[in-house]
Ligand binder design. Structure first.
Ligand code: KIV
Ligand code: ZN
Length: 518
């Protein structure tokens, strides 16, 4: 191998995406199987090296998602998370069984605080568990990752002992999470350096960083860890994750690309897919991206002030450190209109990264035509919103059929709604405190679900203009579990009804799937 190749290989950073595990397990971010498969496809296509697809022991739904993702991925390694127990590791191993390339990820807490209060275990017992769990996981695959939960608050001597043991027992990746987002870049880098210098067998494994964003330092800490010698970064799309989230994949990737003079690392990510990935995830889970979010926020490439605009016209680099095209941001495309045919729509759908089956496409085409009758110009965003509203819903138990509203200043506002439940149509006419309240009350009257509470009702315009589609997100919570539904229509109230019904269908599925596996 030439010197250039060696240094190239030495500077290769593995991108480990945990959107479907650490991201998905945070409140309001849950996804159903179909949604997880779509995101997994996207990550695979984008060039993510490792996709952490779930926590198989956590629920039937998680096991199934890891298993189904394992069946379809072509390039990425599929990873399942497990605590340091045989049952957890067996669940990951069985779920990952069909994967062409698989990884078992096992973890245990190593900080004094976590060992004493959370685990109530002595350091010696934890060390034994490290050896036991990694050895057991290696019985299923050669690719085993071990994580020291709350690693950044772990004492150096004990962390070194744990890491050395994990590597001895066969771990090929060692992950040091900043679980509570407490570290600062200099300190986190020093910890990675310390491990590189003190653990005798460290050359047999790849060090990995996993940073939470409680102090807004997740990306900075991750990059500092890589500068110090780590060669895997764990991150999520849009930075979703527990509490303040995880390090954002798009920010890490663009920082490495834009400042390659200071961060001379390389990876496999196709940066032109970053915007699409962000949009699709945010629509799927109903989490809006803040407008000023780096890389993927609506304002990330907008230049409002006169001075900036003047500079940009003279030379783009005066105020632009990366091009919108490099992250896949193009002008909102005017794509289709009322004269567009099936072919054009089908091509557009494929172009946007969706795969709609033939049957679903017939209904989808009809919805598209209805929309085109109401809205002159149809943009990419309209198509995505419509896909999210329509596709995959033909098998749903509860279907939205029709809605009539009486509204206005004199009130009372009344909703007359019809749903179809298992093929039988039921209608209710109910008054409410406003039209949306009346709609939701009517749905509750048809399908009682007293245990569920409304956590979020959010409306946004898909594009500009008064004829824009309204995209509504509804989040319901029951027994600590949340589901998110979306609806899109040129009429905000119809979108609201659709979104609520969508969430309700997901709630039914969630009830069926959350029975524990043991
Ligand atoms: O933040 C954390 O410590 C984790 C581990 C389970 C890897 O997510
Ligand atoms: Zn985490």
């Amino acid at each position: 191998m030439s010197q250039a190749q060696t240094s190239n290989e030495a500077n290769r950073v593995i991108i480990f995406d945990t959107t479907l595990r650490d991201g998905e397990q945070s409140p309001g971010c849950s996804m159903n199987l179909e949604e997880k498969l779509r995101i997994a496809h996207l990550l695979d296509e984008m060039g993510v090296d490792v996709i952490e697809a779930g926590f198989p022991i956590a629920s039937k739904g998680d096991w199934e998602a890891v298993n189904e993702i394992s069946k379809i991925l072509k390039n990425s390694i599929v990873c399942g998370l497990s605590r340091a127990t045989k049952k957890d590791i067996e669940a990951s191993a069985s779920a990952l069984e069909p994967a062409a390339r698989k990884r078992i990820h096992t973890f245990i807490s190593t900080s004094p605080l976590h060992m004493q209060y959370k685990l109530q275990m002595s350091p010696e017992a934890v060390l034994e568990k490290v050896a036991e769990s990694v050895t057991f996981a290696r019985g299923f695959t050669n690719d085993v990752e071990w994580s020291a939960e709350d690693g950044s608050r772990t004492e150096d001597d004990f962390l070194c002992q744990c890491v050395e043991t994990a590597i001895k027992c066969g771990a090929t990746t060692i992950n040091i999470p900043d679980t509570v987002g407490y570290s600062v870049p200099e300190e986190y880098a020093a910890q990675i350096t310390m491990l590189m210098n003190r653990v005798p067998n460290i050359d047999k494994a790849r060090l990995s960083v996993h940073c939470h964003n409680d102090l807004g330092l997740a990306v900075a800490n991750s990059l500092a860890g890589v500068q110090a010698g780590a060669r895997q970064i764990e991150c999520t799309i849009n930075g979703i994750g527990e509490r303040a989230g995880n390090a954002a994949l798009e920010e890490i990737i663009m920082a490495i690309r834009t400042r390659n003079d200071k961060a001379p690392f390389h990876n496999n990510i196709d940066t032109t897919m970053l915007t699409k990935a962000s949009k699709i995830l945010s629509t799927t889970i109903g989490f809006k991206v803040q407008p000023n979010k780096a890389i993927v926020g609506a304002n990330a490439f907008a230049h409002e002030s006169g001075i900036h605009q003047d500079g940009m016209l003279k030379h783009a680099q005066t105020y632009e450190i990366m091009t919108p095209e490099s992250v896949g941001l193009t002008e909102s495309n005017l794509v289709l209109g009322k004269h567009s045919g099936r072919h054009a729509l089908s091509d557009k759908v494929k172009d946007l990264g969706y795969d709609i089956g033939d049957n679903a496409f017939q209904d989808f085409f009809k919805r598209f035509k209805d929309l085109a009758d109401k809205k002159k110009e149809i943009f990419d965003e309209d198509i995505i919103a419509l896909i999210d509203d329509e596709v995959g819903r033909d098998h749903e138990k509860i279907k939205f059929k029709s809605l009539q509203i009486i509204s206005g200043t004199t009130g009372p506002q009344t909703a007359d709604i019809c749903l179809e439940i298992d093929g039988v149509e039921e209608c209710k006419k109910i008054e409410g405190n406003g039209s949306v309240d009346a709609i939701f009350k009517a749905i509750r009257a048809i399908v009682p679900h007293e245990g569920a509470t409304l956590q979020l009702y959010q409306v946004s315009a898909v594009t500009g203009g008064t004829d824009a589609q309204a995209e509504v997100t509804v989040r319901l919570e029951e027994d600590g579990k949340t589901v998110t539904g979306q609806g899109a229509d040129a009429d905000t109230l119809i979108s609201s009804a659709r979104a609520y019904v969508h969430a309700l269908n997901k709630l039914m599925i969630k009830r069926e799937k959350t029975a524990p596996t043991d």
